[in-house]
Design a protein around this ligand. Sequence first.
Ligand code: RNT
Ligand code: ZN
Length: 421
Amino acid sequence: MYDVEKGYQVAKEFFGQYGVDVDEAIRIADATPISMHCWQGDDVGGFEVSEDKSLSGGIQTTGNYPGKARTAEELRQDIETAMKFIPGELKVNLHASYQEADEFVDRNAIEPKHFQKWVDWAVKKNIGLDFNPTYFSHPLAENGTLSSADEEVRKFWIEHGIRCRRIGQYFADQTGKKCIINHWTPDGDKEFPVDTIGPRLRLKDSYDQVFKATEDVTDVVDGIESKVFGIGLESYTAGSHEFCMGYVMKANQDHIIMTLDTGHYHPTEMVSAKLSAIFTFSKNVLLHVSRPVRWDSDHVVSYDEETKMIMEELVRLGKLQDTYIATDFFDASINRIAAWCIGMRNTRKAILAALLQPNDYMKKLEAEGDVSARLAFREEFKAAPVSLVWDYYCEKKGAGKGLEWLKEVQAYEQEVLSKRV
Ligand code: RNT
Ligand code: ZN
């Protein structure tokens, strides 16, 4: 029998050799909020009352695993199930397309009341809600949204952005927790455009208009998310990294920050390497934790080198508290609740692992020029017994050690998901 308590004691001795306080690491990892994206549960479909529910905008879910949530009610039930096995402080991240209305309400007409059930639920569970305008999966999104050359279309999406910021304020008022909004537009081109600046100037103007019209909104933070390409938009995106970074830096307002999605860069370009440069100029960052695999940006978060490096950076920069950590992936080929559990648990485990290192001591070695010892320490902690601490923490929180969660998720699949046809 695996004795979790004994494992924890051994881990304490191991980390204690290096002066690492295991309980303090657990405390901080537990208190760090992670915003769980709702859209893993229904393949980014949303619940608008409309005929066409197909996903567009350069993103795609692949797979046909049975049991996806068909209603917001089911989605909340699934989220609650996943939450049982995800320890630590959580928020839930909604998209505008997850509105609940009896009839079709277009994106330029949504109001807080269309999200009342989500709000009531969040208040009851004492969790914060984050939000995203849905600038995709819509007939008016086919030739660009906020960057569209068609002024009517552009106006439509500006209105959508404005309404989303007001809904975000409502979420903050009701839950008592700041609402983090993420703005991502897929706008781009399959081929290389001749006019590459026109769409960008319009996108800038659109964001300006959204923010200008909602200056009274005070409890919302706005991440601006870039992407190198989308499917069908391979050659050009208006909201490139340089564009978004330029926008955020020029805006120079505390609430307008960069969103870095770990899947949105060239394969050898690492978000972990960008963080300190951005923090040189910005107080906060919004992170979309994901996993790129070749062309895809949205695989389930893995406990991989880059995820761990990102969390190490945040800890060493002293920026864990200033970073809004959110997940963003969608896999339709596996049990969707398992996907959440795996991705969310990996995200928090990576935070814990970063805290279970003698970071101050390693900084001291570096400052003293002892680069050999620096490398030796870095390497040593790659195989440190993090999972002994992780299991203890999960068990304490009632989230199940090791793979205990898997049996329960499988049982839920049998009892609930398999009956959805
Ligand atoms: C897409 C972006 C964006 C979306 C969600 C659904 O490439 O990452 O964040 O995944 O808004
Ligand atoms: Zn993203």
